[in-house]
Each structure stands twice: as C-alpha cells, then as structure tokens.
Design a protein around this ligand. Structure first.
Ligand SMILES: *Cc1c(COP(=O)(O)O)cnc(C)c1O
Length: 434
C-alpha cells in the first residue's frame, strides 16, 4: 500500500485508453493530474483502492460529498432497495416529502425545498430565482467562490471596472456582464459594489466558508455584515452550502455561524455519495418557481427515488449522530491540519493552514490567506509535489490546492495517524528545489 508505485500499473494503461475517447481522460477537469490520474476501483469507510488494488486513506472524500464514510451500509442499502422498486417514475413520491421535511427541520431557513441533481443546477436555479423574484439583473459574487459550471457564475473580476468578464471560453460577455465580483472578507468592497449596482441588484451569492480556493473561512463578523448589507439593500442573500451543508454541522454554515440566508443551495454531502442537490429558502421567494410562479426550473431526474432514498438515509444517520459526530470531526481535522503544519515547518516551508470543521488546506504562502488573491499567490508547484508524495505514501488527497482536504466520520485514529505521518516526507518533497 505504501511505496511510490502509484505511477504506472493499470492506472497508466487505463489512462492511455481513456485519452482516446474522453477529453484528457477525465469527466471533470480537476480529476486530471500528471503523469496520469489514479484510477479508483472501490471505496469503503475511510479508504479507496486503486485499479491495482492498492489501498489509500482518502482525504478527498468525493470533494466533500462523502461525510459518513464511503459505501455506508444504511445509505447503500436504502439506495439498492429503492432501485429494486424502480429507479425513476418522474412523479411525486412520499420519500421526497420526507426528505424535504428533514431538510427544513435541520435548516430552518429552508421553508420550501426543491430537489435537483447537482450543486451547479441548484445554484443556477438560485441565481435565476434571485433575478426573477426581484426583477433585477445584477448578482454579486465573491472572487474565488465557485458556484458551478453555468454561464453567469463563470465570471471573474475585470480589471478596473465593476463588471465581470467571462472566466471560460464559450461564456458570452453578456452573461458575465451582470455578475459583479468582489473580494471575500472585504465588507467595504461589498458595500461599494451594492452601491454601484443600485436599483439593478438582484442578490448576493456566496460560499459562507470558501471551499474552492483551498479553505478560506469568513473573518469574524463578515457573514453578519453581508447579511446586514443585503437586508438593507432589500435583496436575497444566497448561501451556496454545496460543500458546507452537512459538513460544517448538520445545519451547515448557517447553523455554525448563526446567520440566516434567504436562499440556500445544498449538494455534495446531502446525498451520501449519490447525485442529489437542493435549492431551498424563504417561502415567498421559492414560490416564484414554476409552476406556481414565473421562474422556470425543471429536471427529469430531480427527486429520483434512488438518490432520495440515499439522501434520506444519510440525513437520518447525520441527525442521530450530529451531537457527537461534528465535534469529533472538528477535533480530528484540526489535529491533522496541525500535523500538516508541523511537517511544513520542519521542512522549512513558509505556509499557512486554514481549517473549518472537517475541512482544511495547506497553502505554501508567506502570510495568512484570507481571500482568493492570497490563495492564488501560493506556490502551486510545491503543492503538486506534496500531493504526489502523499499518494506515494498511501494518502489520496484532492489533487489541487484549490480544493480542500476532508475527513469523514469513518476516519479513525489509525487512518489519521497514517495521514499525519505521511505529511512529513510529503513536505520534504514539497520543499525540494525551492
Ligand atoms: C461543488 C460545488 C458546486 C457545484 O456542484 P456540482 O454538483 O459539481 O455541480 C457549487 N457550489 C459549490 C460551493 C461547490 O463546492
């Protein structure tokens, strides 16, 4: 299991085949890394096994989707039973009602819930909902927050102007023009942008804890300030809790920080590994969705019985165990983050480690990292060397420093010790050639 043999083997051969039919051999860009990605055969609890049968401690955890551990019996069993009853009806089901009630009871801001399939679908609906509800066009987002791969959110701050430019080819300038990008943790910049948008502002969308630029928590009072500013402007505040939902706490970041948004998107950990997401929020806003209201949103696979059964099973385990599970996750992740920090210090690497509950990330930077500019200024080549050395040490982490290291409730002391030890050679490797 340890050793540097992850390179080559079946993964290398599969990658050569994959490249002939799949762009860069992967079905989502962050999965690619050189010389070839690890092909995974199975996962259970805190572990994944590669195509050659080697076992790794997983710190990627489905980019946050897996919070109870891989292939948890209650979740997989519920999904299998639902599949056997027929995987798709495209008609309302009792289980959908139960899941929506569970979500509303854990997220009091979720007075209405609409189920979709992916986080990107949920945020696309949330942005359209904010615009449709207010009848305005401009949406403010924060630099470095990721809200899925749809046009209006693939926007980056343009130089010198308030309006954003497309951050992907194929996004029309017009789609990005109504998105305004401001730095995270900067309430003065937010106030300025709200003022410039004036009567054109439809809403503000944010990750309450950034999880797509490494991990960047909100500074003290920042979320409250955003809440105050959006309330004063009379526009919806959307918390994109696709990562933080069921990960920071059973009630997400909004419970952990005590700030109530108007609209929330949930995804990733909602389904315990199955594809399901939700857009939810204030009744008056949510009732603007079709067919009751004028904001169109629809999906064939929304609320499909297999994903709903998995989500219901997962949410019920989480509800039962939350009181012990989240403090324990927090303690374990903090210990691992500090082990990573100690290893970086021992290797003489300037670094910052940011953590929030069960997620953390290492930045090879000279000072604290509090926004996207800070994260972008960190040494990515050193991160890539650390990542490769972790894999060689039997630890499968997210391949990009823009993602987060995560743990699950299935990570025991033995796995955490293995991971902590693996950071030492990994940091020495990261320091090489600097
Ligand atoms: C992952 C993610 C999304 C997109 O979710 P998909 O299921 O990949 O479409 C949106 N917002 C945030 C905060 C995410 O982390």
């Amino acid at each position: 299991m340890a050793g540097s043999a992850w390179r080559g083997g079946r993964s290398a051969g599969l990658y050569r085949r994959a490249r002939r039919r799949i762009p860069r051999g992967v079905n989502s860009p962050v999965r690619y890394y050189g010389p070839h990605p690890l092909f995974v055969g199975r996962a259970e609890g805190p572990h994944v096994w590669d195509a050659d049968g080697r076992r790794y401690v997983d710190l990627c955890c489905g980019y946050g989707a897996v919070v109870l551990g891989h292939a948890r019996r209650e979740i997989v069993g519920a999904a299998a039973r639902a599949a056997a009853r027929g995987p798709l009806f495209c008609a309302p089901t009792e289980a959908e009602v139960e899941l929506s009630e569970e979500i509303s009871s854990l997220y009091p801001s979720a007075e209405r819930v609409r189920l979709v399939n992916t986080g990107g679908e949920a945020t696309m609906a949330a942005v359209r909902l904010a615009r449709g509800f207010t009848g305005k066009d401009k949406v403010i987002k924060f630099d470095g927050c990721y809200h899925g791969a749809h046009d209006s959110m693939l926007a980056a701050a343009g130089s010198g102007s308030a309006d954003a430019a497309p951050s992907s080819a194929g996004v029309p300038a017009g789609a990005a023009r109504d998105t305004v990008v401001v730095p995270f943790n900067d309430m003065v910049a937010l106030e300025g942008a709200v003022g410039r948008c004036g009567g054109d502002l439809a809403g503000v969308i944010m990750e309450p804890v950034m999880g797509n630029m490494g991990v960047i928590p909100p500074e003290r009072g920042f979320l409250r300030a955003v809440r105050r500013i959006t309330r004063a402007a009379g526009v919806p505040l959307v918390f994109d809790e696709t990562i933080t939902g069921f990960r920071l706490s059973e009630g997400g970041a909004q419970k952990a920080y005590g700030v109530r948004p108007d609209v929330t998107t949930l995804g990733k950990a909602l389904g315990g590994g199955f594809p399901i997401a939700a857009v939810c929020g204030r009744a008056d806003i949510m009732e603007s969705l079709a067919p009751a209201g004028p904001v169109y949103q629809a999906s064939t696979f929304a609320g499909n019985p297999v994903s709903v059964a998995a989500a219901l099973a997962s949410v019920r385990v989480i509800r039962r165990r939350a009181g012990r599970m989240y403090p324990e996750l927090r303690r374990k992740a903090a210990a691992l983050a500090s082990a990573a920090s100690d290893a970086a210090a021992a290797a003489g690497l300037p670094h910052a480690v940011n953590a929030a509950a069960s997620m953390f990330q290492v930045f090879f930077a000279d000072g604290p990292v509090r926004d996207a500019a800070g994260a972008r200024g960190s040494d990515r080549a050193a991160f890539a060397r650390m990542f490769g050395a972790l894999l060689s040490g039997g630890i499968y982490a997210a391949p990009s420093g823009s993602e987060a290291a995560m743990i699950t409730a299935a990570h025991g002391e033995a796995e955490l010790r293995r991971a902590a030890e693996a950071y030492h050679p990994a940091m020495r490797e990261a320091a090489r050639g600097r």
